[in-house]
Design a protein. Structure first.
Lengths: 456, 337
């Protein structure tokens, strides 16, 4: 992992921007942006692995993020015993029946020779199977959803530390990606884009409406944290001592003990929230570095070089005996799993799971802009893209307000155009994102930090 | 017998007429996507925003005409504003082509890059729309809302079930028929239409036989702009205009185009209706329908609904995936215009 001059410049620009925001808008704001930037960078790395290494397009980012989020809920939420009690057996029966149906279809396909018979038999078995399963399933789910609908109404989770969900989220997303890949990979790239986009919508709509599983649009709130709570910090001695020690020079100047205590309390409250955000940042940063390390290792390994060969010339890679379909599936699943990890981290950071919040514009297309801008095929580029785009996504609003005020300063403050423009400040970020994407694609199609091709 | 007619009326009222009008909107949208795909050769993600933009300009002109007290009586004012919307959409399409798409066309970029570029255009147009009209829902249909109200129908026929006919639905269907007839006549009978088909079939051969590619591209944007604006306005007239909704509409439109066989205009139209009808039929609760048909003791107790309406959207994609698996080229073997 040696960086060249160019990459060092990119890194130092980013770091100094965060420090600048820290001084101008406060360290709390800076850390909030940083946390989201790190998560975005992980998502971007996930997309970059499938698109940049192997040229497999994945427009299902939103769906995989949502799967990761679901994992966070299912891992950390305490189980709702009553719901399991009333609906568990029904769900179990329908699950067993479903497996039976799959096995039946599998054997029909294997044993029946004639094609037309096969279709008819399959159709009949699936039709009646689904009717029977639906009966048990709907019965069970409606009972589950009736259990204390205001607070619960779903099965709950496993009551484990939420940090485990980061791994589980990867597996969830990878599993879904495996199913999607089995169906859709092998389509032409722009078809694949549309199909993955559509399937991710299906995933999200399932999460939105299957209330027994994810509580649907009623959202899950109050998820556990992997880091301490502010309120506990404020009453723990070691934290107070640490804050006092850090601010000792400032506190020593104040002589009046009452005033001193008052200021100390204020500092403790501020720094407890900062400390929590910092903890998140450290945790996320570790995950990012680990993924970055392995992604880089994989890229220069024989496997990574094979992937590049497949990307650059599928026909000749095939002629060399590489199984393209299998490798595409593998890399699609790996990319999706990393996105799933990011999804679980996102829900961990927010502490709540809102299925209706997953919109393609925000969770698929922005991530793709990050990949394209940062540089597809280069992991540092992906991280950089994630940082830059998320940073500007947030910081463009104050900047636009400033610019509008500047350009309309000659006008009457109650001028209709001026007010309208100020009201539409949040929409300027879309304009910026579109322009950035178009400009990068036109003048720097390989991204800000392009892929390094090592000839060895 | 009367029960049978009643059940048919139920089906007409809740499935067939809404299906026809929604299908027409999808068909017009899918036709536009297909044109871009067949001639400019990329999947245009910005098509939904093009529709939205057209609808927005139409709304702005509608407001202008309403403030000037110009109207069409029982017909919505939007119909006079529509030509201006079409014009603006065409201009937007041509501008996006000149400043964005043309470069990649001359570079002979791969389709995926062009699709990415269209996402950039989508963001920009989306931002422009939001900056101009915000994100609020806008209702701009005026004139007479219903051609026939459910109550009137009941009185007229003496049936138990009513049949409501919204004027926006009738307008949608009529305009669609007119526009589709014109488009197909243009493609089949005129020299320009034939040259476009030739260009889509084999670009090199078309160039060799002296077809001017710039002209073909120009005409394509004329058609695409018209179709997009009309589809967007009709959708807005029928439901109500909401800038965000058009991004979600892109997916069923793509599904329609691909299901019908992308690149085939006829396929796009059929695909639009297939998607619309399956969305509505799979999520419709048939309880009322069966109530009239079956004897009393067999009446269904549940809603007789295959999927809850929450999954309306998922239906179009399931169909898309199934079609791609069984018959990847779509119902009408696509590719050629």
């Amino acid at each position: 992992m040696r960086f060249d001059k160019y990459e060092w410049t990119a890194i130092s620009i980013m770091v100094s921007l965060f420090i600048l925001v820290g001084f101008v808008q406060g360290w709390s704001v800076s850390l909030v942006i940083l946390n989201m930037c790190i998560i975005s960078a992980i998502m971007t790395m996930g997309v970059n692995i499938s698109w940049g290494y192997a040229g497999v397009i994945n427009f299902g980012v939103m769906g995989f993020l949502a799967m990761g989020g679901l994992a966070a809920v299912l891992v950390s939420y305490p189980p709702i015993k009553e719901a399991w009690h009333v609906g568990g057996s029904g769900l179990g029966i329908s699950f067993v029946l479903l497996i039976g149906l799959v096995i039946a279809v599998y054997f029909i396909n294997k044993l029946v020779e004639k094609k037309s018979h096969k279709y008819w038999l399959n159709g009949l078995v699936i039709f009646f199977g689904v009717i029977i399963i639906r009966h048990f399933f709907l019965n069970a789910t409606s009972k589950i959803e009736e259990v204390d609908p205001a607070l619960a109404g779903f099965l709950g989770g496993a009551n484990l530390p939420i940090i485990f969900s980061w791994v589980v989220g990867g597996f969830f997303a990878g599993g879904v990606a495996f199913l999607i890949g089995k169906v859709a990979l092998g389509l032409r790239s722009d078809y694949l884009a549309i199909v993955t986009l559509g399937i991710s919508e299906i995933v999200v709509s399932v999460l939105k409406h299957e209330e027994w599983l994810s509580r649907g649009v009623k959202n899950v709130i109050g998820l556990k944290r992997p880091v301490p709570y502010e309120i506990n910090l404020q009453s723990s001695d070691w934290f107070i001592n640490m804050v006092t020690w850090f601010n000792s020079s400032k506190l020593n100047e104040i002589i009046d003990p009452d005033q001193k205590q008052e200021i100390l309390n204020k500092i403790i409250i501020d720094s407890s929230s900062l400390f929590v955000k910092l903890n998140y940042a450290v945790l996320f940063f570790i995950v990012m570095i680990v993924i970055y390390y392995f992604a880089n290792k994989a890229q220069v390994s024989p496997w990574g070089r094979m992937m590049r060969a497949i990307r650059d010339n599928e026909v000749s890679a095939n002629a060399m005996g590489k199984d393209i379909v299998k490798q595409h599936l593998i890399i699609f699943v790996i990319g999706a799993a990393i996105v799933g990890v990011a999804g679980a981290m996102l829900v961990t950071l927010d502490g709540l799971f809102t299925p209706s919040g997953y919109r393609p514009l925000r969770f698929t297309f922005i991530i793709w802009i990050m990949v394209i801008v940062g540089g597809s095929g280069n992991n540092l580029g992906a991280i950089f893209g994630g940082f830059v785009i998320w940073f500007s996504w947030i910081e463009v609003a104050p900047l636009t307000t400033f610019l509008i005020n500047l350009f309309t300063s000659g006008m009457d403050p109650q001028n209709a155009i001026r007010l309208h423009l100020l009201n539409s400040v949040p929409y300027f970020r879309y304009l910026l994102m579109g322009m950035v994407l178009l400009l990068i694609l036109r003048y720097r199609p390989k991204g800000i930090i392009p892929e390094k091709v090592r000839h060895s | 017998m009367i029960d049978f007619i009643n059940s048919i009326v139920v089906l007409l009222n809740f499935v067939i007429i809404p299906g026809l009008s929604y299908g027409s909107q999808l068909a017009l949208g899918a036709l536009g996507v297909t044109f871009v795909y067949a001639i400019l050769r990329f999947a245009n993600f910005a098509h939904g925003e093009l529709m939205s933009f057209g609808a927005m300009i139409t709304i702005l002109f509608t407001w202008f005409f309403q403030s000037q007290n110009i109207g069409l009586g029982i017909l919505p004012t939007a119909l006079i504003a529509l030509p201006f919307g079409i014009l603006a959409t065409i201009v937007l399409g041509l501008l996006s082509d000149k400043f964005v798409f043309k470069y990649y066309r001359t570079q002979k970029s791969v389709p995926v890059v062009l699709a990415m570029v269209s996402i950039g255009v989508m963001f920009v147009v989306n931002a422009i729309i939001r900056i101009i009209v915000g994100t609020e829902t806008i209702k701009f249909s005026d004139g007479q809302k219903f051609i026939m109200k459910a109550k009137q129908f009941k009185v007229m026929t003496g049936l138990n079930e009513g049949l409501a006919l919204k004027s926006s639905q009738v307008i949608t269907i009529l305009i669609t028929i007119a526009l589709l007839t014109f488009t197909f006549w243009f493609l089949q009978k005129t020299k320009t239409g034939k040259s476009m088909r030739a260009f889509s079939d084999n670009e090199d051969l078309a160039l060799l036989s002296g077809i001017n590619p710039d002209r073909v591209v120009f005409i394509t944007w004329l058609i695409v702009g018209t179709l997009a604006c009309v589809a967007g306005t009709l959708y807005g007239l029928d439901k109500s205009y909401k800038p965000i909704i058009y991004l979600n509409l892109v997916l069923p439109i793509f599904a329609s185009a691909i299901v019908g066989g992308i690149g085939s205009p006829f396929g796009a139209v059929v695909g639009g209706y297939v998607i619309a009808f399956s969305e509505i039929m799979v999520t419709y609760a048939y309880k009322k329908f069966f109530k009239y048909l079956l004897p009393e003791n067999l009446e269904p107790s549940s809603l007789v609904q295959l999927l809850s309406t929450d999954y309306k959207f998922a239906v179009s994609f399931t169909i898309l995936v199934i079609v791609l698996l069984i018959r990847p080229s779509g119902i009408f073997r696509g590719k050629v215009l």
